[in-house]
Design a protein around this ligand. Structure first.
Ligand code: PLP
Length: 406
Protein backbone atom coordinates (compact mmCIF):
# COMPACT_ATOMS: atom_id res chain seq x y z
CA UNK A 1 0.00 0.00 0.00
CA UNK A 2 1.15 3.54 -0.66
CA UNK A 3 2.28 6.02 1.96
CA UNK A 4 -0.40 8.48 0.87
CA UNK A 5 -3.20 6.03 1.63
CA UNK A 6 -4.33 8.03 4.65
CA UNK A 7 -4.52 11.31 2.74
CA UNK A 8 -8.02 12.79 2.98
CA UNK A 9 -9.56 14.94 0.22
CA UNK A 10 -8.74 18.62 0.69
CA UNK A 11 -11.66 20.92 1.50
CA UNK A 12 -13.16 22.52 -1.60
CA UNK A 13 -12.04 26.04 -2.37
CA UNK A 14 -15.03 28.26 -1.55
CA UNK A 15 -14.73 30.15 -4.83
CA UNK A 16 -13.54 27.55 -7.32
CA UNK A 17 -15.97 24.99 -5.85
CA UNK A 18 -18.86 27.19 -6.98
CA UNK A 19 -17.81 26.93 -10.62
CA UNK A 20 -17.54 23.14 -10.36
CA UNK A 21 -21.08 22.93 -9.02
CA UNK A 22 -22.33 25.33 -11.71
CA UNK A 23 -20.78 23.28 -14.51
CA UNK A 24 -22.36 20.11 -13.15
CA UNK A 25 -25.89 21.61 -13.15
CA UNK A 26 -27.81 20.68 -16.36
CA UNK A 27 -30.49 23.39 -15.89
CA UNK A 28 -30.77 25.80 -18.85
CA UNK A 29 -31.68 28.59 -16.41
CA UNK A 30 -28.49 28.36 -14.38
CA UNK A 31 -26.56 31.53 -13.57
CA UNK A 32 -22.97 31.77 -12.31
CA UNK A 33 -22.35 34.87 -10.24
CA UNK A 34 -19.70 33.12 -8.19
CA UNK A 35 -16.37 33.50 -9.89
CA UNK A 36 -14.67 36.85 -10.38
CA UNK A 37 -14.15 36.73 -14.10
CA UNK A 38 -15.59 39.27 -16.50
CA UNK A 39 -18.32 38.21 -18.92
CA UNK A 40 -19.93 40.17 -21.74
CA UNK A 41 -23.64 40.84 -21.88
CA UNK A 42 -24.17 37.39 -23.41
CA UNK A 43 -22.41 35.79 -20.45
CA UNK A 44 -19.39 34.90 -22.59
CA UNK A 45 -15.70 35.28 -21.61
CA UNK A 46 -14.01 38.23 -23.30
CA UNK A 47 -10.64 38.56 -24.99
CA UNK A 48 -9.84 42.24 -25.38
CA UNK A 49 -9.19 43.57 -28.88
CA UNK A 50 -5.88 45.09 -27.70
CA UNK A 51 -4.83 41.60 -26.57
CA UNK A 52 -5.81 40.04 -29.91
CA UNK A 53 -3.81 42.71 -31.74
CA UNK A 54 -0.79 42.22 -29.48
CA UNK A 55 -0.96 38.48 -30.16
CA UNK A 56 -1.04 39.10 -33.91
CA UNK A 57 2.09 41.23 -33.59
CA UNK A 58 3.88 38.69 -31.41
CA UNK A 59 2.93 35.58 -33.41
CA UNK A 60 5.90 33.94 -35.07
CA UNK A 61 8.22 36.82 -34.26
CA UNK A 62 9.86 35.67 -31.08
CA UNK A 63 11.80 32.77 -29.70
CA UNK A 64 10.84 30.80 -26.61
CA UNK A 65 13.92 31.48 -24.50
CA UNK A 66 13.73 31.82 -20.73
CA UNK A 67 13.00 35.22 -19.28
CA UNK A 68 15.44 36.46 -16.62
CA UNK A 69 14.56 35.37 -13.06
CA UNK A 70 12.93 38.74 -12.45
CA UNK A 71 10.85 38.42 -15.60
CA UNK A 72 10.36 40.80 -18.51
CA UNK A 73 12.12 44.08 -17.78
CA UNK A 74 9.90 45.94 -20.22
CA UNK A 75 6.69 44.55 -18.77
CA UNK A 76 7.78 45.39 -15.23
CA UNK A 77 8.74 48.92 -16.26
CA UNK A 78 5.32 49.58 -17.79
CA UNK A 79 3.56 47.95 -14.86
CA UNK A 80 5.30 50.18 -12.34
CA UNK A 81 4.14 53.26 -14.26
CA UNK A 82 0.54 52.13 -13.79
CA UNK A 83 0.87 51.83 -10.04
CA UNK A 84 3.36 54.57 -9.12
CA UNK A 85 2.38 57.05 -11.85
CA UNK A 86 3.65 57.70 -15.37
CA UNK A 87 6.24 60.23 -14.19
CA UNK A 88 7.03 58.79 -10.79
CA UNK A 89 10.26 60.04 -9.26
CA UNK A 90 10.65 56.63 -7.59
CA UNK A 91 10.87 54.98 -10.99
CA UNK A 92 13.34 57.58 -12.25
CA UNK A 93 15.49 57.17 -9.15
CA UNK A 94 15.37 53.36 -9.52
CA UNK A 95 14.15 53.01 -5.97
CA UNK A 96 11.65 50.24 -6.69
CA UNK A 97 12.60 46.58 -6.40
CA UNK A 98 10.24 44.80 -8.80
CA UNK A 99 9.87 41.39 -10.38
CA UNK A 100 7.35 39.79 -12.69
CA UNK A 101 5.14 37.47 -10.67
CA UNK A 102 2.68 34.67 -11.36
CA UNK A 103 -0.26 37.06 -11.44
CA UNK A 104 -1.61 38.63 -8.24
CA UNK A 105 -1.58 35.40 -6.26
CA UNK A 106 2.08 34.79 -7.07
CA UNK A 107 2.98 38.38 -6.19
CA UNK A 108 1.27 38.08 -2.80
CA UNK A 109 2.94 34.75 -2.11
CA UNK A 110 6.38 36.02 -3.10
CA UNK A 111 5.90 38.96 -0.78
CA UNK A 112 4.69 36.76 2.08
CA UNK A 113 7.80 34.59 1.71
CA UNK A 114 10.00 37.70 1.60
CA UNK A 115 8.30 38.99 4.75
CA UNK A 116 8.86 35.67 6.51
CA UNK A 117 12.50 35.50 5.50
CA UNK A 118 13.50 38.98 6.59
CA UNK A 119 11.00 39.66 9.38
CA UNK A 120 10.55 36.14 10.77
CA UNK A 121 8.69 37.35 13.86
CA UNK A 122 6.22 39.59 12.06
CA UNK A 123 2.51 38.98 11.48
CA UNK A 124 0.12 40.21 8.83
CA UNK A 125 -3.09 42.13 9.50
CA UNK A 126 -5.83 41.10 7.06
CA UNK A 127 -9.25 42.78 6.66
CA UNK A 128 -12.52 41.09 7.66
CA UNK A 129 -13.66 39.89 5.27
CA UNK A 130 -11.10 39.40 2.51
CA UNK A 131 -10.45 37.32 -0.60
CA UNK A 132 -10.29 33.84 0.91
CA UNK A 133 -6.97 32.98 -0.70
CA UNK A 134 -5.16 35.70 1.29
CA UNK A 135 -5.51 33.45 4.33
CA UNK A 136 -4.04 30.47 2.47
CA UNK A 137 -1.15 32.50 1.08
CA UNK A 138 0.11 33.88 4.38
CA UNK A 139 -0.65 30.57 6.14
CA UNK A 140 1.55 28.64 3.72
CA UNK A 141 4.28 31.27 4.03
CA UNK A 142 4.03 30.63 7.79
CA UNK A 143 3.30 34.22 8.69
CA UNK A 144 0.84 34.45 11.61
CA UNK A 145 -2.36 36.28 10.77
CA UNK A 146 -4.30 38.90 12.66
CA UNK A 147 -7.42 40.62 11.42
CA UNK A 148 -8.68 44.18 11.33
CA UNK A 149 -12.22 45.52 11.09
CA UNK A 150 -13.34 46.58 7.66
CA UNK A 151 -16.94 45.87 6.69
CA UNK A 152 -19.92 47.20 8.58
CA UNK A 153 -22.85 44.79 8.04
CA UNK A 154 -25.62 47.22 9.03
CA UNK A 155 -24.58 50.06 6.77
CA UNK A 156 -23.13 47.64 4.19
CA UNK A 157 -20.26 50.10 4.03
CA UNK A 158 -16.91 50.65 5.70
CA UNK A 159 -16.55 50.36 9.47
CA UNK A 160 -14.14 53.27 9.46
CA UNK A 161 -14.07 53.93 13.19
CA UNK A 162 -13.27 50.30 14.05
CA UNK A 163 -10.72 50.14 11.24
CA UNK A 164 -8.91 53.19 12.60
CA UNK A 165 -8.99 51.74 16.12
CA UNK A 166 -7.41 48.52 14.91
CA UNK A 167 -4.67 50.46 13.14
CA UNK A 168 -4.00 52.42 16.33
CA UNK A 169 -4.04 49.37 18.55
CA UNK A 170 -1.77 47.21 16.42
CA UNK A 171 1.86 47.05 17.63
CA UNK A 172 4.05 49.74 16.02
CA UNK A 173 5.60 48.61 12.76
CA UNK A 174 2.91 46.05 11.92
CA UNK A 175 2.33 44.68 8.41
CA UNK A 176 -1.11 45.41 6.91
CA UNK A 177 -2.64 43.96 3.78
CA UNK A 178 -4.77 46.61 2.04
CA UNK A 179 -6.94 46.22 -1.05
CA UNK A 180 -5.91 49.15 -3.25
CA UNK A 181 -9.36 49.42 -4.86
CA UNK A 182 -12.54 47.43 -5.52
CA UNK A 183 -12.27 45.45 -2.30
CA UNK A 184 -13.00 41.75 -2.71
CA UNK A 185 -15.53 40.49 -1.60
CA UNK A 186 -17.39 43.56 -0.32
CA UNK A 187 -16.93 46.14 -3.09
CA UNK A 188 -16.49 48.68 -0.29
CA UNK A 189 -13.55 51.10 -0.61
CA UNK A 190 -12.50 53.92 1.72
CA UNK A 191 -13.08 57.41 0.32
CA UNK A 192 -10.10 59.56 -0.64
CA UNK A 193 -10.37 61.44 2.63
CA UNK A 194 -10.47 58.21 4.60
CA UNK A 195 -7.39 56.92 2.76
CA UNK A 196 -5.59 60.10 3.82
CA UNK A 197 -6.49 59.46 7.42
CA UNK A 198 -5.46 55.82 7.17
CA UNK A 199 -2.13 56.82 5.64
CA UNK A 200 -1.62 59.39 8.36
CA UNK A 201 -2.25 56.86 11.09
CA UNK A 202 0.06 54.34 9.42
CA UNK A 203 2.76 56.99 9.51
CA UNK A 204 2.23 57.66 13.20
CA UNK A 205 2.45 53.96 13.96
CA UNK A 206 5.27 53.11 11.54
CA UNK A 207 3.13 50.37 9.93
CA UNK A 208 4.03 48.80 6.62
CA UNK A 209 1.34 48.79 3.91
CA UNK A 210 1.18 46.00 1.39
CA UNK A 211 -1.31 46.84 -1.36
CA UNK A 212 -3.03 44.08 -3.26
CA UNK A 213 -4.21 45.70 -6.48
CA UNK A 214 -6.02 43.01 -8.46
CA UNK A 215 -8.64 45.32 -10.00
CA UNK A 216 -6.89 48.47 -11.19
CA UNK A 217 -9.25 50.10 -13.69
CA UNK A 218 -12.18 47.91 -12.74
CA UNK A 219 -13.52 50.17 -10.03
CA UNK A 220 -13.89 53.50 -11.81
CA UNK A 221 -12.92 52.55 -15.36
CA UNK A 222 -9.75 54.64 -15.00
CA UNK A 223 -6.55 52.91 -13.79
CA UNK A 224 -5.07 56.19 -12.59
CA UNK A 225 -8.04 57.01 -10.44
CA UNK A 226 -8.09 53.48 -9.04
CA UNK A 227 -4.48 53.89 -7.86
CA UNK A 228 -5.43 56.85 -5.67
CA UNK A 229 -4.92 54.97 -2.40
CA UNK A 230 -1.38 54.07 -3.42
CA UNK A 231 -0.58 57.59 -4.60
CA UNK A 232 -1.73 59.00 -1.26
CA UNK A 233 0.61 56.65 0.61
CA UNK A 234 3.46 57.58 -1.74
CA UNK A 235 2.86 61.29 -1.21
CA UNK A 236 3.04 60.73 2.51
CA UNK A 237 6.46 59.13 2.15
CA UNK A 238 5.59 55.51 2.94
CA UNK A 239 7.75 52.67 1.73
CA UNK A 240 5.11 50.28 0.46
CA UNK A 241 4.79 46.96 -1.32
CA UNK A 242 2.38 46.33 -4.21
CA UNK A 243 0.96 43.25 -5.88
CA UNK A 244 -0.37 43.91 -9.39
CA UNK A 245 -2.34 41.58 -11.61
CA UNK A 246 -3.40 41.67 -15.25
CA UNK A 247 -5.93 38.87 -14.78
CA UNK A 248 -8.96 41.12 -14.62
CA UNK A 249 -8.05 44.43 -16.20
CA UNK A 250 -6.50 42.88 -19.31
CA UNK A 251 -8.54 39.69 -19.15
CA UNK A 252 -5.30 37.65 -19.00
CA UNK A 253 -6.55 35.32 -16.25
CA UNK A 254 -4.87 32.12 -17.39
CA UNK A 255 -1.67 33.82 -18.57
CA UNK A 256 -0.63 34.41 -14.96
CA UNK A 257 1.03 37.77 -15.42
CA UNK A 258 1.57 40.24 -12.63
CA UNK A 259 4.19 42.10 -10.67
CA UNK A 260 5.51 42.44 -7.14
CA UNK A 261 7.22 45.67 -6.19
CA UNK A 262 8.72 47.09 -3.03
CA UNK A 263 9.62 50.77 -2.73
CA UNK A 264 13.07 51.15 -1.16
CA UNK A 265 15.21 53.89 0.38
CA UNK A 266 17.54 54.12 -2.60
CA UNK A 267 18.76 52.30 -5.68
CA UNK A 268 21.30 50.22 -3.79
CA UNK A 269 18.65 48.84 -1.46
CA UNK A 270 16.32 48.19 -4.39
CA UNK A 271 19.00 46.12 -6.14
CA UNK A 272 19.50 44.08 -2.97
CA UNK A 273 15.79 43.51 -2.42
CA UNK A 274 15.23 42.52 -6.04
CA UNK A 275 18.05 39.99 -5.86
CA UNK A 276 16.45 38.45 -2.76
CA UNK A 277 13.02 38.27 -4.41
CA UNK A 278 14.63 36.49 -7.33
CA UNK A 279 16.32 34.10 -4.99
CA UNK A 280 12.97 33.20 -3.45
CA UNK A 281 11.49 32.67 -6.92
CA UNK A 282 14.36 30.51 -8.21
CA UNK A 283 13.63 27.27 -6.32
CA UNK A 284 9.84 27.74 -6.65
CA UNK A 285 9.43 28.25 -10.40
CA UNK A 286 12.84 29.49 -11.60
CA UNK A 287 11.49 32.20 -13.90
CA UNK A 288 8.04 33.41 -14.94
CA UNK A 289 6.18 32.59 -18.19
CA UNK A 290 6.90 34.67 -21.25
CA UNK A 291 3.74 34.92 -23.31
CA UNK A 292 1.51 36.99 -21.03
CA UNK A 293 4.37 39.36 -20.27
CA UNK A 294 4.89 39.90 -23.99
CA UNK A 295 1.23 40.67 -24.50
CA UNK A 296 1.35 43.25 -21.70
CA UNK A 297 4.58 44.92 -22.81
CA UNK A 298 3.36 45.01 -26.43
CA UNK A 299 0.14 46.75 -25.40
CA UNK A 300 1.54 49.19 -22.87
CA UNK A 301 4.63 49.96 -24.95
CA UNK A 302 2.54 51.15 -27.90
CA UNK A 303 0.56 54.37 -27.42
CA UNK A 304 -2.23 53.27 -29.79
CA UNK A 305 -2.69 49.88 -28.17
CA UNK A 306 -2.51 51.37 -24.71
CA UNK A 307 -5.26 53.81 -25.65
CA UNK A 308 -7.37 50.94 -26.93
CA UNK A 309 -6.78 49.05 -23.67
CA UNK A 310 -7.89 52.02 -21.60
CA UNK A 311 -11.08 52.23 -23.65
CA UNK A 312 -11.74 48.54 -23.24
CA UNK A 313 -11.19 48.61 -19.46
CA UNK A 314 -13.72 51.40 -19.25
CA UNK A 315 -16.25 49.43 -21.29
CA UNK A 316 -15.92 46.53 -18.82
CA UNK A 317 -16.20 48.77 -15.75
CA UNK A 318 -19.16 50.65 -17.23
CA UNK A 319 -21.06 47.47 -18.07
CA UNK A 320 -20.69 46.35 -14.46
CA UNK A 321 -21.81 49.71 -13.11
CA UNK A 322 -24.82 49.53 -15.45
CA UNK A 323 -25.71 46.07 -14.14
CA UNK A 324 -25.62 47.33 -10.56
CA UNK A 325 -28.23 49.92 -11.45
CA UNK A 326 -30.40 47.37 -13.26
CA UNK A 327 -30.21 44.87 -10.40
CA UNK A 328 -31.19 47.51 -7.89
CA UNK A 329 -34.04 48.82 -10.06
CA UNK A 330 -35.37 45.30 -10.62
CA UNK A 331 -35.32 44.53 -6.90
CA UNK A 332 -37.06 47.77 -6.06
CA UNK A 333 -39.71 47.16 -8.73
CA UNK A 334 -40.44 43.78 -7.18
CA UNK A 335 -41.11 45.58 -3.92
CA UNK A 336 -38.22 44.01 -2.03
CA UNK A 337 -38.57 45.03 1.62
CA UNK A 338 -34.80 45.34 1.94
CA UNK A 339 -32.79 48.37 0.95
CA UNK A 340 -30.57 47.82 -2.10
CA UNK A 341 -29.19 51.32 -2.20
CA UNK A 342 -25.73 50.08 -1.29
CA UNK A 343 -25.41 48.26 -4.63
CA UNK A 344 -25.10 51.49 -6.55
CA UNK A 345 -24.21 54.31 -4.19
CA UNK A 346 -20.65 54.82 -5.23
CA UNK A 347 -20.18 58.46 -4.55
CA UNK A 348 -20.89 58.88 -0.90
CA UNK A 349 -18.22 58.29 1.69
CA UNK A 350 -20.50 55.84 3.41
CA UNK A 351 -22.26 52.86 1.80
CA UNK A 352 -20.06 52.73 -1.22
CA UNK A 353 -19.77 49.59 -3.31
CA UNK A 354 -17.68 49.48 -6.43
CA UNK A 355 -15.83 47.05 -8.68
CA UNK A 356 -16.66 43.53 -9.68
CA UNK A 357 -18.44 42.44 -6.51
CA UNK A 358 -21.61 43.25 -4.66
CA UNK A 359 -21.82 42.15 -1.08
CA UNK A 360 -25.53 41.54 -0.95
CA UNK A 361 -26.01 40.91 2.74
CA UNK A 362 -27.72 37.57 2.03
CA UNK A 363 -27.19 34.81 4.57
CA UNK A 364 -25.57 31.44 3.71
CA UNK A 365 -29.01 29.83 4.01
CA UNK A 366 -30.52 32.29 1.55
CA UNK A 367 -27.67 31.61 -0.86
CA UNK A 368 -28.31 27.86 -0.50
CA UNK A 369 -31.94 28.43 -1.47
CA UNK A 370 -30.88 30.48 -4.51
CA UNK A 371 -28.77 27.56 -5.67
CA UNK A 372 -31.26 24.78 -4.88
CA UNK A 373 -34.42 26.46 -6.09
CA UNK A 374 -33.14 28.80 -8.79
CA UNK A 375 -29.85 27.29 -10.04
CA UNK A 376 -28.01 30.49 -9.13
CA UNK A 377 -24.42 29.87 -8.07
CA UNK A 378 -22.44 32.15 -5.77
CA UNK A 379 -20.26 31.98 -2.66
CA UNK A 380 -22.12 31.46 0.62
CA UNK A 381 -20.94 34.82 1.98
CA UNK A 382 -23.55 36.49 -0.23
CA UNK A 383 -21.06 37.91 -2.70
CA UNK A 384 -22.49 38.49 -6.17
CA UNK A 385 -20.00 38.79 -9.01
CA UNK A 386 -21.60 41.60 -11.01
CA UNK A 387 -19.47 40.56 -13.98
CA UNK A 388 -21.74 37.54 -14.39
CA UNK A 389 -24.93 39.64 -14.47
CA UNK A 390 -26.36 40.42 -17.92
CA UNK A 391 -29.42 42.19 -19.33
CA UNK A 392 -30.66 38.65 -20.06
CA UNK A 393 -30.44 37.29 -16.51
CA UNK A 394 -30.76 40.35 -14.27
CA UNK A 395 -34.57 40.05 -14.05
CA UNK A 396 -34.38 36.34 -13.19
CA UNK A 397 -31.67 37.02 -10.61
CA UNK A 398 -33.58 39.90 -8.99
CA UNK A 399 -36.73 37.81 -8.78
CA UNK A 400 -34.89 34.92 -7.15
CA UNK A 401 -33.12 37.20 -4.65
CA UNK A 402 -36.44 38.78 -3.80
CA UNK A 403 -38.03 35.36 -3.24
CA UNK A 404 -35.37 34.17 -0.81
CA UNK A 405 -35.01 37.42 1.12
CA UNK A 406 -38.63 38.53 1.56
N1 PLP B 1 -6.19 39.61 -4.92
C1 PLP B 1 -7.52 39.72 -4.93
C2 PLP B 1 -8.17 40.61 -3.94
C3 PLP B 1 -8.28 39.01 -5.85
O1 PLP B 1 -9.60 39.13 -5.85
C4 PLP B 1 -7.62 38.18 -6.79
C5 PLP B 1 -8.40 37.39 -7.73
O2 PLP B 1 -9.53 37.04 -7.58
C6 PLP B 1 -6.23 38.12 -6.75
C7 PLP B 1 -5.55 38.85 -5.81
C8 PLP B 1 -5.37 37.31 -7.63
O3 PLP B 1 -5.77 36.93 -8.85
P1 PLP B 1 -4.71 36.41 -9.89
O4 PLP B 1 -3.75 35.54 -9.17
O5 PLP B 1 -5.53 35.66 -10.88
O6 PLP B 1 -4.06 37.63 -10.45
Amino acid sequence: SSWWQSVEPAPKDPILGVTEAFLADPSPEKVNVGVGAYRDDNGKPVVLECVREAERRIAGNLNMEYLPMGGSVKMVEETLKLAYGENSEFIKDKRIAAVQALSGTGACRLFADFQKRFRPDSQIFIPVPTWSNHHNIWRDAQVPQRTYHYYHPESKGLDFAALMDDIKNAPNGSFFLLHACAHNPTGVDPSEEQWREISHQFKAKGHFAFFDMAYQGFASGDPNRDAKSIRIFLQDGHHIGISQSYAKNMGLYGQRVGCLSVLCEDEKQAVAVKSQLQQIARPMYSNPPVHGALIVSTILGDPELKKLWLQEVKVMADRIIGMRTMLRENLEKLGSPLSWKHITDQHTAYCKQIGMFCYSGMTPEQVDRLTKEFHIYMTRNGRISMAGVTTGNVGYLANAINEVTK
